[in-house]
Design a protein around this ligand. Structure first.
Ligand code: HEC
Ligand code: HEC
Ligand code: HEC
Ligand code: HEC
Length: 373
């Protein structure tokens, strides 16, 4: 009998080992780890080397255009209908138009935004959207420089990657198309949506947390801060929504929860990494982008570019990050385009005040730089 079980056990182990090699969940060594928290806390990012190389190669910033020739008339004088870029010289202006075409519509060319009979004409919605995108890009690079995008900054390419519609945009998910049935109200759960890593979590945390700019500043916080309850606390549904958002953020940046949290004390800022503070501001920045730039474009976009509920396409962490902790391998893409780093026409559209720079209720994390392995 004993021999029988030994043989059975050995053969099961053998077949499981073989099966492991063939399944997609198995990651082929060599692995590489980056320590991003204090030693012994398990705050490491583990990737296969092949995966790291693949993601790096897929996120190469395009070479900037040659600098424009100096001098010459201002674009505002040369052209008829320049509202945002009027302070550039004509040469700088044309250089930017060429780069914008490469970043956003390399296949379609100038005609994607322009009626070539009359370049000053604003009849194409693409041009009107692009004008607002110019302002949005300037706003991100100036007002969010200190708290989020740093010297890396963003150009149109950060989101667009050579396509008129960025690969990662989102709409409000209306949920399954039935109102009755065995489970008529499921709290938005069990839909295995890609937005929450196919987990059994509410499939649309983004609408509430990333599109509503008037949301309560502590809406995402769900942990109790005392050992015993002192108030009713938050319902489990809120915790599930927070987890849905956290999975989106982790996937968008290609990192684990421990990139930001010390998981023995998730909510504690003192034990979190400095990146968590950057992420905190990132959440506010995305609300600002969606609420103050995308949403007001709802009537500019044609109906077929809107979501099922008639809402505008929106930005999330993945739109810029594309699976990396710093978009485009952290290349300082704005260095060669200083015109995209300052707000040139604050009066055309009132730029909203940046989010308050006081992170959460407790003191902001005063964590020293993560130790190097
Ligand atoms: C992604 C959209 C987009 C693409 C592609 C694009 N442009 Fe533009 N273009 C604009 C916007 C927006 C303005 C207005 C800028 C402003 O108001 O400051 C503009 C304005 C202009 C003007 C000024 C017209 C006038 O008299 O007011 C010229 C000239 C121009 N573009 C040339 C080009 C050329 C040449 C190309 C192709 C190499 C090109 N553009 C590609 C969006 C685009
Ligand atoms: C933070 C990310 C982001 C940046 C930066 C950005 N865009 Fe966009 N852009 C979007 C999103 C999201 C949409 C909506 C996609 C859609 O149209 O469905 C969009 C739409 C557009 C469209 C309309 C495409 C269409 O046919 O529907 C144009 C044109 C455009 N952007 C031009 C630009 C230009 C030019 C720049 C740089 C000055 C720029 N964008 C920078 C995110 C961005
Ligand atoms: C890129 C950084 C980042 C990553 C990765 C991340 N988080 Fe968070 N997490 C935050 C920030 C920032 C907040 C606070 C958000 C706010 O207050 O607006 C937060 C809040 C939370 C909270 C609520 C804490 C409280 O005080 O109630 C939980 C729970 C949480 N995260 C769990 C996770 C889990 C689980 C993962 C992995 C799936 C994860 N986080 C990945 C940055 C991150
Ligand atoms: C408009 C584009 C854009 C969007 C949208 C965006 N980020 Fe970022 N993020 C950046 C850039 C650019 C950097 C690099 C900053 C630097 O080099 O210091 C960055 C850096 C970060 C970092 C620091 C990474 C590190 O290694 O230090 C974190 C964390 C982060 N972002 C989280 C988020 C989260 C979470 C979201 C969504 C809620 C988000 N970001 C949305 C552009 C963006």
């Amino acid at each position: 009998m004993k021999t029988f079980f030994v043989v059975l056990g050995a053969s099961i182990a053998f077949f499981l080992t073989i099966a492991m090699f063939g399944t997609s969940g198995w990651e082929r060594p060599p692995l590489t780890t980056t320590q991003n928290g204090f030693r012994g806390t398990g705050m490491d990012q583990v990737h296969t080397r092949a995966e790291v190389a693949e993601i790096r190669d897929a996120n190469v910033a395009p070479a900037p255009a040659d600098p424009a020739e100096e001098g010459g008339e201002l674009a505002g004088q040369t052209y008829e209908n320049v509202k945002v870029l009027s302070g550039l010289t004509t040469n700088e202006f044309n250089r930017l138009m060429v780069s914008m075409t490469e970043w956003v519509a390399p296949e379609q060319g100038c005609t994607y935004c322009h009626n070539t009979e009359n370049m000053a004409d604003d009849s194409l919605y693409q041009k009107r959207v692009a004008r607002r995108m110019l302002q949005m890009t300037q706003h991100i690079n100036s007002d969010w420089k200190a708290n989020h995008v740093g010297g890396t900054g963003v150009t149109c390419y950060t989101c667009h990657r050579g396509q008129p519609v960025p690969a990662n945009i989102w709409f409000t998910n209306p949920g399954p198309n039935h109102t009755s049935g065995f489970v008529s109200r499921n709290n938005g759960q069990n839909m295995a949506a890609p937005s929450v890593g196919l987990a059994s979590l509410p499939y649309d945390s983004l609408t509430e947390y990333l599109a509503d700019k008037s949301i309560d500043n502590n809406a995402i916080r769900v942990n109790a801060t005392t050992a015993l309850p002192t108030s009713k606390g938050k319902p489990i549904q809120d915790a599930e929504k927070t987890y849905g958002l956290m999975i989106h953020m982790s996937e968008g940046l290609g990192v684990n929860c421990t990139f930001c949290h010390n998981t023995r004390a998730i909510s504690n800022w003192q034990q979190s990494t400095p990146q968590r503070t950057t992420a905190w501001h990132g959440i506010r920045m995305v609300r600002d982008i969606n609420g103050n730039f995308m949403e007001p474009l709802t009537s500019t976009f044609p109906r077929n570019r809107l979501g099922v509920l008639g809402d505008v396409p929106k930005v999330n962490c993945t739109t810029c990050h594309n699976g990396q902790n710093k978009p485009l391998n952290g290349a300082h893409v704005v260095d060669a385009y200083p015109e995209l780093t300052k707000v040139t026409v604050a009066d055309v559209v009132k730029t909203p005040a940046p989010a308050p720079d006081t992170p959460p209720a407790e003191t902001p994390p005063a964590v020293p730089a993560a130790p190097q392995p």
